[in-house]
Design a binder for this molecule. Structure first.
Ligand SMILES: Cc1cc2nc3c(=O)[nH]c(=O)nc-3n(C[C@H](O)[C@H](O)[C@H](O)COP(=O)(O)OP(=O)(O)OC[C@H]3O[C@@H](n4cnc5c(N)ncnc54)[C@H](O)[C@@H]3O)c2cc1C
Length: 507
């Protein structure tokens, strides 16, 4: 399956750019902002910056605190990643992190400060030192606000809002543009440099912290364009999504809450992390997510509790105003009530495989942010390293693009999907629910080889049923993307018979 729908287009002054960026979270915005002002750049986005996963980030951004902290930040990242990381990529990220903090502050990002004016630093699971900059518990919203404001002021950037990218257009020289639904019509935009910054895949699961669009479109497009993807089996399940019996989107109770002293308790009220890991409640996320899952199974309960009542109402309201008020809306006063939480799909460590300059295996195609697999996170991401990774590699992409000559575009482009003609076989909403059920039952926190094989079979059948159908709406495209990405996760998991980091396989 190369293209999901047919298209024909000719590059012209109206649709030709030097660079196209897909996505307007921190990765896409920072790449666009760091490109030279002389490069005509299109930013294609389905969700506005404020409605991205970037905007939801609560805990903060890890920034190495000087040369003496470098080895320790690297070591914490490798340790959390079970040493499946690419050490060179980790070193690059850590070394360049202080510059990123400076860049952000120069763009107007306001991090929390101590009374003497120094930056306030906090700590999250797996960090051996306080090195996380934050803006209360709304760090992502603050960063995105500043980046979006700066980007909107740039003349060389053209924004396509409410746009859905369908496929990457390629020719014999590599990437050549993107096919997108813009204002209800399918259009081609052309550029020899294309940056995929479409975020993660949480929406492949029944419960996730991720925004609505997070179904892995960019990764599916890259797979169809022939790019290598790696480490797709490594999906991070956050242990403390706020329990809600009905909604798919789960509000996140940040790890910073445990960083400040929050304690996980079993449904019977016993603290259980002290028996699981020397770092107790601040153990790496994969370990906490499994411990929580086992407690839920043991007590046949859909949640465990997070207890912050001992931290005091005044502290909680000042340090975690967003979490405090959101829980209040759900009828919980966290100064008095234990918070019901459970593991939810949160972050993808794998993705489009890139080198240290964000380059994929397809010429002219780059990836950054959660859609990319830079090798930084290994088998399990260290808390607050993802905003940092997205920004560091977005900036590197923007540095390498101007130095990368590319051939001119061809006079015209056209693409045809494979044999079509049959009607789309399902109601798209039901198909999405089915995919999520398969992934939640068979490829969640604790996996078995048999469950994964069944998932592969079911997803494979779905792909062949839809393979000959006409795809005529964004919903149809999304279903195919979800199946392709889900298969990639399941195949990755099956190719790794022993447990590592977030990929835990039993039986
Ligand atoms: C609740 C929550 C809390 C988090 N807290 C932290 C934290 O404290 N620290 C930290 O480091 N990380 C945190 N993370 C992770 C981090 O926020 C994300 O990994 C990171 O922001 C991803 O940035 P991104 O630019 O790759 O993608 P995103 O911010 O997800 O942006 C993706 C963009 O791609 C667009 N897009 C997707 N598909 C298409 C398509 N088909 N066509 C057009 N556009 C498309 C979207 O509309 C969006 O604009 C958190 C994540 C969540 C969900």
């Amino acid at each position: 399956m190369r293209y999901l729908t047919s298209f024909a287009g000719e590059p012209s002054d109206h649709n030709r750019f030097d660079v196209i960026v897909i996505g307007a979270g921190v990765g896409g915005l920072f790449a666009a902002l760091n490109l030279p002002h002389s490069m005509k750049t299109a930013v294609v986005m389905s969700a506005l910056p404020k409605d991205t996963n970037s905007g939801l980030a609560q805990g903060g951004i890890a920034i190495c605190q000087g040369p003496e902290d470098q080895e320790s930040h690297v070591e914490d990242t490798l340790e959390a990643g079970c040493r499946h990381n690419d050490p060179e990529a980790v070193r690059v990220m850590v070394k360049e992190s202080p510059d990123i903090a400076q860049d952000l502050m120069a763009l107007g990002v306001e991090f929390d400060r101590n009374p003497d004016g120094s930056l306030k630093l906090t700590r999250e699971g797996g960090h051996s030192k306080n090195r996380i900059l934050h803006t209360k518990d709304s760090t992502g919203a603050e960063i995105v606000r500043a980046l979006a404001k700066a980007a909107r002021g740039r003349d060389n950037l053209t924004f396509f809002d409410n746009a859905f990218a369908v496929d990457i257009i390629t020719d014999q020289f590599g990437s050549a543009g993107v096919l997108a639904v813009l204002g209800g019509a399918t259009r081609c935009l052309f550029a020899r440099h294309l940056v995929v910054a479409t975020g993660g895949i949480g929406r492949l699961y029944e419960r996730t912290t991720n925004m609505r669009y997070s179904s892995g479109d960019g990764i599916a497009m890259a797979i169809r364009a022939g790019a290598s993807v790696l480490d797709m089996e490594f999906v991070q399940f956050h242990p403390t999504g706020l329990y809600s019996p009905s909604s798919q989107q789960s509000f996140l109770i940040s790890e910073a809450v445990r960083g400040e002293g929050g304690i996980l308790r079993s449904p019977k009220g016993e603290p259980f992390m002290r028996d699981e890991h020397p770092l107790k409640d601040l153990a790496p996320r994969d370990i906490v997510a499994r411990a929580v899952t086992r407690q839920m199974l043991k007590h046949n309960s859909p949640f465990v509790y997070l207890d912050v009542t001992h931290l005091g109402g005044d502290f909680l309201r000042t340090r975690f105003p967003n979490i405090y008020h959101r829980c209040l809306e759900e009828g919980l006063d966290i100064a008095r009530d234990w918070i019901p939480v459970r593991p939810v799909a949160h972050y993808l460590m794998g993705g489009i495989s890139t080198d240290l300059w964000g380059r994929s295996s397809v010429e002219g195609l780059y990836a950054c942010g959660e859609a990319a697999r830079t090798g930084v996170h290994g088998a399990n991401r260290l808390a607050s390293n993802s905003l940092l990774e997205a920004l560091v590699f977005a900036k590197r992409i923007a540095r390498v693009i101007p130095d990368t000559p590319r051939p001119g575009l061809l006079p015209s482009y056209a693409g045809e999907p494979r044999h079509r003609g049959a009607e789309f076989p399902w109601d798209p909403t039901e198909a999405m629910e089915r995919i999520r059920r398969i992934m939640t039952e068979r490829a969640f926190v604790i996996r078995t080889a048999e469950g994964l094989r069944k998932a592969r079979e079911e997803l494979g059948e779905m792909l062949s049923s839809a393979g000959g159908a006409d795809l005529s709406s964004i919903d149809h495209f999304e279903v195919i993307n979800m199946i392709q990405v889900a298969l990639s996760v399941v195949n990755g998991a099956l190719s790794r018979p022993s447990s590592l980091g977030s990929h835990w396989i039993e039986g």
